[in-house]
Design a binder for this molecule. Structure first.
Ligand code: MLT
Length: 313
């Protein structure tokens, strides 16, 4: 195989299962979205896409693993803008260059976030929450999935706009963090709706605000954080597939095609729409669109995070 010319390699691709590195723990939002998409992409490609969870350090460990992988299309990442854009402002030295070390494959979906609290936090509305956190700044704790994670971005923008400095509790993903929020081990978290909606619906945690400028149809009674008091608060999280730099163009095109097929599958659409995932359509599904999205997020979030006064590690 080593001597196989690139053209025939692409023709035969994929001839074995593809590893999809999710840089966060199993059972969280990135993992959930990856598994739904990968199942259908595997059917389209005639080979399984196997999710490998490589959590830690705000997703940087898993993403670095893919940056260093052989660029043959058999190891790719499913990750989000936290690990590739926000992280640039938060680490003195990242183990990869988001724009130089990867070939964008395609956008997987954009997720709103929700401010959720433990069930018995003594606040039923966003203004009550804000007053409680301010009054208890020294003892309140919020959960997040490490420096530069989506939940870190959501939480740090919230705390910065509320002008509070709250102790953060890091996890390898918001899947495990959510379990601890349900059992009341910390006070609040800003996490992607895809992860928290089921626990909100079951009444195990409270939703006090959504991160978008419009309310979510899945949570019509929950105000936007912007309307509830923090004017201008808005955070949404896009997720996408990335291959290591140098992956043959035909291979990237095959992966993208499988993704496009998946995104237009009615069953996938219904399932993800229920979970408040906004799916890309038409031109938004191309590798170029994902590259442009990455650049736009770097341009938007790196200065915003720096302005929030968070120092890089
Ligand atoms: C996860 O999948 O656990 C989350 O996306 C982590 C995060 O908040 O970025």
């Amino acid at each position: 195989l080593a001597a196989m010319p690139v053209a025939s390699m692409a023709q035969a691709y994929p001839s074995k299962p593809i590893t999809v590195v999710v840089p966060f723990a199993a059972g969280g939002p990135t993992d959930a979205l990856a598994r739904i998409l990968c199942q259908r992409m595997g059917e389209a490609l005639g080979q399984q896409l196997i999710v490998e969870n490589v959590g830690g350090a705000g997703g940087t460990i898993g993403v670095a693993k893919v940056a260093r992988a052989t660029p043959d299309g058999y190891t790719i990442a499913f990750t989000h803008m936290g690990t590739l854009a926000v992280n640039i402002a938060l680490y003195k030295s990242l183990p990869y260059d988001s724009q130089k070390d990867f070939e964008p494959v395609g956008l997987g979906g954009t997720n709103p976030m929700v401010l959720v609290t433990k069930k018995d936090l003594p606040a039923e509305t966003f203004p009550e929450f804000q007053a409680y956190v301010k009054a208890n700044e020294k003892k309140v704790q919020y959960g997040m999935a490490g420096i530069g994670a989506a939940s870190h971005l959501g939480g740090l923008m919230l705390n910065s706009m509320m002008k509070v400095d709250v102790l953060e509790i890091p996890y390898k993903g918001t899947g495990p963090a959510l379990n601890d929020l349900v059992s009341g081990q910390f006070d609040y978290m800003v996490d992607q709706a895809v992860n928290v909606l089921p626990q909100i619906k079951s009444g195990n945690i409270k939703a006090l605000g959504v991160s978008t400028t419009k309310r979510l149809s899945q949570l019509p009674d929950v105000p936007t954080i912007d309307e509830a008091g923090l004017k201008g608060y808005e955070v949404t999280i896009w997720n996408g597939f990335f291959a290591p730099k140098g992956t043959p163009k035909d291979v990237v095109a095959k992966l993208n095609q499988a993704l496009v097929t998946t995104l237009s599958d009615d069953k996938v659409k219904v399932r993800l729409t229920e979970l408040a995932v906004d799916l890309p359509e038409g031109k938004e599904t191309t590798p170029e669109a994902l590259g442009a999205q990455l650049k736009a997020s770097i341009d938007k979030w790196v200065p915003a995070v720096r302005a929030a006064g968070v120092k890089p590690e």
